[in-house]
Write a protein that binds this ligand. Structure first.
Ligand code: NI
Length: 184
């Protein structure tokens, strides 16, 4: 079990364009993905992208399965998604609170496409293709942005809705707070 340190905003490695994975099923890829899951679980995240631990590869993981931090979040299947591509199913967008392990303590409201289709590959190179909406679609868009060097604050259209979690949601306890602002 190896929990890696998550890079924080300001680190230039978070701004790089990550490179596609060319070889599937390798020992290196397997160990990268194991470290990513160990790290995501240790930080109680809903998702993680390889660049967040300093690896410039197009690999993301995500999943929410009865995570106490996200009691209200729709279930998101635990997924390894490599070389992902997103297509938008409808131009409708939804606004929702996001956070990021690379931007600790902060939350911001971000508009994301409400309905997407995504495809990519698992560790062994098997194709994955799914439709997603709501929170599932939001997590996938957030994680895939990391592969293009985009952190969610760059997506906030109204900066009045960006701030410290404990200041934005002072009336809530720990659970209520993350209910209001589920992500990573
Ligand atoms: Ni993030």
């Amino acid at each position: 079990m190896t929990v890696r340190r998550v890079l924080r905003m300001g680190d230039p490695r978070l701004l790089q364009i990550a490179q596609p994975v060319k070889e599937f099923g390798s020992k290196e890829l397997k160990s990268l993905i194991e470290d990513m899951f160990d790290t995501m679980e240790d930080y109680d995240g809903a998702g993680l992208a390889a660049p967040q631990i300093g690896v410039p590869k197009r690999v993301v993981i995500f999943g929410v399965d009865n995570n106490p931090r996200y009691p209200e979040a729709d279930q998101v299947p635990t997924t390894v998604l490599i070389n992902p591509e997103i297509t938008v199913s409808s131009l409708k967008k939804e606004s929702g609170w996001e956070g990021c392990l690379s931007v600790p303590g902060m939350r911001g409201r971000v508009d994301r496409y409400a309905q997407i289709r995504y495809r990519g590959y698992d560790l062994q190179g098997n194709e994955i293709e799914r439709e997603a909406n709501g929170f599932h679609a939001r997590v996938v868009q957030h994680e895939c942005d990391h592969l293009d060097g985009i952190l969610y604050p760059a997506r906030i259209s109204d900066m009045r809705y960006f701030g410290f979690e404990e200041v934005l949601f002072p009336e809530f306890g720990e659970n209520e707070q993350t209910k209001a602002a589920p992500l990573e």
